[in-house]
Design a protein around this ligand. Structure first.
Ligand code: URA
Length: 425
């Protein structure tokens, strides 16, 4: 078999075989296929796509590129949740304790920030002392004891994805439906949970910019899950503005605690509840009404917030030491009107520039910086009123860049729905 022939096939929009896909992944991970050939193949896939069978084969080949976690020794069903990546997306921090408080095991391997999107591990590490590098033994014991653990992936979990993602990030091949589906599902399948809920973000702050593409991605992931006998539900959600108001690591932890105490922004509260209901429904095999009641109970009684504190303490985090920058710059509107558009991707990018994300693997994050959105789409604003607060650290950004992320119009707007679809088959 020859990698050049395989690249040529994909370039000519021809189907590649199961054996060819497995050959490429194995030899790439073994460093027998160089990055430049893999880049060419990834670009051919990004341009010409893959059919369902090829995508399933790609997922399987990636899954088998490293170790797989076996969680069968933990009694009960294990649930995992994944987001395709957004701005201000702190949903895992809220969801995990809600679901765990209902008695379901949440076993989650999370990632760091990627491009303009934030990552759960970076958010959790903004809590002084919080340990994300758990051994397998620590991970499984913690789930057995308190029903929740969130850890950074082990080194040898889907190494093909680690290598391919880094390459896709710098070769303009991130936004490809089969590549995203295989990347996400290979990691979910390797992480040992029984069922998955995937939040597929759609909009100007997401990888999927339109609903049609998001639906294709969702159906594909549900199909891959079914082939591996792992029930998968995709919830398609609006990412045309940041979720909640906080963007930035410690700020997002603070906002998550607000949500768990019933005083957080509406949109992120609603999203966390919708996703939690799906997870509880799957985890307990109960109706949506019963799951809604369970979620309501743990939120209203404070059990979910108590579970959050227990989880953070168990992973050695000290919430009393959580700090946000005290240097705050206010961004004010220059006109009256209604917020009609927020450039979410740009806000994510500006937060990264402030120091909340990385440009190289070696960059050290400043957990205290970020942006707080004070006005969201559809809200009125008058001249000189605050649109956002910027929590500044060592790196400054141009205030006008943030102002330009807000479009203000003279007309009322129809509300955009937050939950766009739920795909189960
Ligand atoms: N998240 C992933 O894990 N992989 C992708 O390819 C895109 C989003």
């Amino acid at each position: 078999m020859n990698v050049v022939d395989i690249i040529n096939k994909k370039r000519k929009k021809q189907e590649v075989t199961t054996e060819e896909i497995s050959y490429v992944i194995k030899n790439y991970v073994d460093k027998k296929i160089p990055d430049y050939q893999m880049s060419a193949l990834l670009m051919a896939i990004a341009l010409n796509g893959m059919n369902e069978r090829e995508t399933v084969d790609l997922t399987t080949a990636m899954l088998h590129s490293g170790n797989q976690i076996d969680l069968r020794m933990i009694p009960g069903i294990k649930l995992d949740k994944h987001s395709t990546g957004g701005v201000g997306d702190k949903t895992t921090l809220i969801l995990a304790p809600i679901v765990a408080a209902t008695g379901i095991n949440v076993a989650k391997m999370s990632g760091r920030g990627l491009g303009f999107t934030g990552g759960t591990i970076d958010k959790l590490e903004s809590i002084p002392g919080f340990k994300t590098a758990l051994t397998f033994d620590q991970f499984t014991k913690q789930i057995s004891h308190i029903h929740v653990a969130v850890a950074s992936g082990t080194k040898n979990l889907v190494p093909a994805d680690k290598m391919m993602y880094a390459l896709r990030d710098v070769t303009g091949t991130v936004e490809s439906i089969p590549l995203i589906a295989a990347s996400i599902m290979s990691k979910k399948l390797a992480s040992g949970a029984d069922k998955f809920v995937i939040d597929v973000k759609v909009g100007n702050g997401a990888l999927m910019k339109n609903l049609e593409d998001a639906k294709k991605l969702a159906h594909l992931m549900v199909h891959i899950g079914r082939i591996h006998q792992k029930e998968t539900i995709c919830v398609l959600t609006n990412m045309n503005q940041p979720l909640g108001s906080a963007i930035g690591n410690a700020l997002e932890v603070q906002e998550s605690m607000d949500v768990l105490q019933g005083k957080g922004p509406m949109d992120i509260t609603q999203l966390a509840i919708v996703l939690a209901i799906q997870m509880v429904r799957l985890g307990k095999n109960i109706s949506e009404e019963e799951a809604t009641e369970e979620v309501r109970k743990v939120l209203m009684t404070g059990m979910a917030y108590e579970k959050f504190k227990e989880w953070i303490q168990t992973q050695h985090g000290n919430l009393e030491k959580l700090t946000v920058s005290s240097k705050i710059v206010s961004i004010k509107s220059k006109q009256n009107g209604v917020i009609s558009h927020i450039d979410t991707e740009r806000l994510g990018e500006l937060t990264r520039q402030l120091g909340a994300g990385r440009y190289t693997k070696e960059d050290v994050i400043d957990p205290t910086v970020g942006i707080k959105i004070e006005k969201k789409i559809g809200e009125f604003v008058i001249s000189d009123e605050e649109l956002a607060k910027v929590y500044v650290g060592e790196k400054d950004i141009n205030v006008n860049d943030i102002l330009e992320c807000f479009t203000i119009s003279e007309h009322f707007l129809d509300n955009e729905p937050l939950i766009l679809d739920i795909i189960k088959d």
